[in-house]
Design a protein around this ligand. Structure first.
Ligand SMILES: C[S@@+](CC[C@H](N)C(=O)[O-])C[C@H]1O[C@@H](n2cnc3c(N)ncnc32)[C@H](O)[C@@H]1O
Length: 464
């Protein structure tokens, strides 16, 4: 399952862009490919089926993380913000979803990202990276490199077209993923490994091309409840009826009571799955959060996310960028769509073994938790920090502008064995029904005079 592509409790509001008809033939080929392969599970994913039961070791791992989160809550007086809960669930050292050894990416994991889906993604993106480097400096910085696949595809293609960067830095918060990235690059491009290095923090100064694919959506978010008369922050407390000295995890199924849009005093579902957490709302003590929440105009009784961490990251990146551009690729929309009246329970989503659901308390440590990106917020932070907004478009237009269909020409259609899977991947990357429209690309830059090739058509700046 692609991250961010389905949210069972949130009505989808289309932004209205469309993909040029040059892709119709490819879509037809994809349709035939799907018919031949009959990937029925992928075509008709089950939304309400019980989720796969974790192995005893995985369940134990989740129990250890739950215990650690409960200690954190107790240590902070019985309540933590949802951002703190998400930070622990995803990044608690050695226990969090991204920091422990969960498989995460690909068919055997919980979700698929664009670089995992197809080498076409990285190869196409390489053209934009090459242009940015040509206008600034021959260096790349990738944030949150996941399995390392994007780094390998980018470097491979840049070598092929004679635009290799002098250095490729990866800033990765997960030691486990960092080790995986090193192994993959060692296997695929041992001769280029000397150009690659890993960072623990952002460099003081960097010039060149920066890319972050599906990183903003993995940053912890605060939850805010707008009511007619008051604002509240929705956070996580211990369940007073069930202190859970012995957490139990049986018959895994997410509890609809635990969705952030559900009642704040939610209790455990009757599904046999327990974690000991409940939603609890407090008045907003965090000044930055309160200020941000007051600027947002939504109808009464509305719950949604504000990502202060994304603001911090964009400001830090702006602080270190000398000359060059940074590209954010992620699912999300402008503020108007993000806080659309119909999206009254927010965009939070969880992924567990290719099932999407809305319960962030489900098996902490074993599932991904994510929220859509508010690109208006990202643009404003970048501009406030002195960057120029060079472009904003859909992933479909970005990839087409960068020449993804030309890359397809390297594989003759008569070579069905290679051509059909590639055309299926192209369709997933660009189709409005898959990643093409929901995923966006934003470029923020300093000292780049040339228009960027990826934004030549399909401008969406008006939607911010
Ligand atoms: C959903 S994964 C995406 C991985 C990869 N970019 C891809 O597209 O397959 C999110 C990645 O962001 C990393 N990450 C999360 N917070 C980060 C931060 N503050 N700085 C850098 N990386 C971060 C995670 O460890 C993980 O590698």
């Amino acid at each position: 399952m692609l991250r961010g592509t389905r949210n069972p409790h949130v009505p989808f509001v289309h932004s209205g862009s469309c993909v040029p008809c040059t892709l119709h033939l490819t879509f037809l080929a994809t349709f035939l490919f799907k018919l031949l392969n009959l990937h029925t599970a992928e075509l008709y994913p089950t939304m309400h089926a019980p989720l796969p039961t974790p192995s005893p070791e995985a369940a134990q791992h989740s129990v250890r993380l739950c215990e650690s989160i409960r200690r954190d809550i107790a240590g902070q007086g019985g309540w933590i913000s949802f951002a703190r809960y998400m930070e622990l669930a995803l990044y608690a050292p050695g226990l969090g979803y991204y920091t422990a050894g969960a498989h995460k990416f690909g068919e055997a994991g919980d979700f698929i990202t664009a670089p995992e889906l197809s080498p076409l993604f990285g190869r196409t993106l390489a053209r934009q990276m090459a242009q940015i480097m040509a206008c600034s400096a021959p260096h790349i910085l990738e944030l949150g490199a996941g399995s390392g696949k994007l780094a390998a595809d980018l470097l491979g293609e840049l070598e092929r077209v004679g635009s290799l960067p002098d250095s490729y830095a990866i800033l990765e918060v997960s030691a486990d993923l960092r080790a995986r990235q090193q192994t993959l690059l060692q296997e695929r491009l041992p001769h280029l490994l000397e150009r690659v290095h890993w960072l623990d923090t952002l460099p003081e100064k960097f010039s060149g091309a920066i890319v972050a694919n599906e990183v903003l959506d993995a940053l912890p978010v605060h939850l805010v409840h707008w009511r007619d008369s008051a604002l509240a922050e929705r956070g996580v407390a211990l369940n007073p009826d069930n202190p859970l000295d012995y957490p139990c995890i049986v018959g895994a199924r997410p509890a609809c009571e635990s969705r952030p849009g559900a009642a704040p005093t939610g209790h455990l579902g009757s599904n046999g799955y327990e974690h000991g957490f409940v939603w609890q709302e407090h008045s907003i003590a965090n000044a930055a959060l309160l200020h941000a929440a007051q600027q947002i105009n939504v109808p009464g009784d509305y719950v949604s996310e504000i990502c202060l961490a994304a603001r911090g990251l964009v400001s830090s990146l702006a602080g270190c960028l000398g000359q060059g551009a940074l590209l954010f690729i992620d699912y999300g929309f402008g503020a108007r769509e993000f806080y659309h009246p119909q999206r009254s329970s927010g965009t939070l989503m969880c992924h567990y073994r290719h099932h999407a659901h809305g319960d962030p308390f489900f098996l902490p440590g074993l599932q991904d938790i994510t929220a859509h990106v508010n690109f208006t917020d990202i643009a404003e932070c970048g501009i406030d920090a002195g960057l120029e907004l060079l472009g904003y478009t859909s992933q479909a237009f970005f990839l087409l502008n960068c020449g993804i269909t030309e890359l397809m020409k390297d594989t003759p259609p008569e070579n069905l064995r290679d051509y059909l899977p590639l055309s299926a991947q192209l369709q997933k990357l660009t189709s409005p029904a898959e990643m093409g429209e929901l995923f966006k690309v934003m470029a923020l830059a300093r000292g780049i005079a040339e228009p960027l090739c990826g934004f030549a058509r399909g401008d969406l700046l008006r939607t911010l």
